[in-house]
Write a protein that binds this ligand. Structure first.
Ligand SMILES: [Zn+2]
Length: 291
């Protein structure tokens, strides 16, 4: 009997093993070394929220293609605190990060974003994306329950609406998509400002911070980013730009570059195979067409 049970258990384990090995669909984790800074991850997207004695500052609902994702995020916050959700800050205007804000709005949150978020989204009328209540340019500082959060617009980068969110006391920044952590850039290149992004990353590096929360879990293992990661991504963009500049001016854009361009130094990064043609196309646009 015992042997039979054992065999059955092994068969069962074999059947459900892959499901166990996968990360749960969503998860909330406190950022190590902080009192009140959390990361909410849903699938391959993540956002930061801060719990204070006077309420919660949340960011990016990350609910594109996940109709219940915004409510899931609110429910996760509710497991930690019953304080009101005062703010919902958008990192930029791309739906995969900011669709699904309605449960936050219903909970009374004020939605804040860079001014170009509304400019882009108002004409599109996406039913799943709530427009900001308040727009800003340059710098805005939020203080709530002893926490200070700086919202900084440092010029166009991954889009013309991406901001940096900085917690000065914790020396943490939340930067979405512009500085992938341990991964190769990809589809996001479609809205990317090549020259301005190099200046942007230099400005980010001039700020005082130690750790970077990315909008997609850092590789490997969902780690946070470091200043070295920011420097590495800057070097990657600079290398691609310099190499494709020459190819573009030699008349090799689009076809030859999109087909043959390689960055072998980065070939082991997750996303390299899929992302390389996107990166090549964007820099060919710049150096082969002037766009
Ligand atoms: Zn994006």
């Amino acid at each position: 009997m015992r042997i039979l049970l054992g065999a059955a258990s092994i068969a069962l384990l074999a059947a459900i093993g892959p499901a166990i090995a996968q990360a749960p669909l969503f998860a909330t984790t406190k950022v190590e070394g902080t009192d009140n800074v959390y990361i909410f991850r849903n699938g391959n997207h993540q956002s930061m929220f801060v719990v204070t004695k006077d309420g919660v500052i949340a960011t990016d609902p990350i609910a594109y293609g996940r109709p219940t994702g915004g409510q899931t995020y609110v429910d996760e916050i509710r497991k930690i605190t019953d304080k009101p959700i005062k703010y919902l800050i958008y990192s930029h205007h791309h739906y995969d990060h900011i669709a699904g804000g309605k449960p936050f709005k219903d909970a009374g949150a004020r939605i804040i974003a860079h001014k170009n978020v509304r400019v882009h989204l108002a004409p599109l009328g996406d039913p799943n994306t709530v427009l900001p209540d308040e727009s800003f340019d340059g710098k805005k500082v939020i203080t709530l329950g002893g926490t200070t959060l700086e919202l900084l617009y440092l010029g166009p980068n991954h889009s013309d609406s991406n901001i940096v969110m900085r917690l000065p006391k914790e020396k943490i920044i939340f930067v979405v998509d512009t500085i992938p952590v341990g991964a190769f850039p990809g589809r996001g290149m479609i809205d990317f400002y090549p020259i301005e992004t190099e200046a942007f990353i230099k400005k980010v590096l001039a700020l005082d911070w130690d750790r970077l929360i990315p909008g997609h879990p850092g590789q490997p293992g969902g780690r946070l980013g470091t200043r070295q990661d920011a420097q590495d991504v800057l070097a990657l963009y600079q290398t691609a730009s310099a190499e494709i500049k020459k190819l573009g001016q030699d008349g090799k854009c689009w076809d030859a570059v999109e087909k043959d361009y390689k960055m072998l130094k980065y070939a082991t990064l997750p996303g390299y195979e899929a992302g390389l043609p996107m990166l090549a196309r964007r820099y060919c646009g710049l150096w082969g067409r002037g766009t």
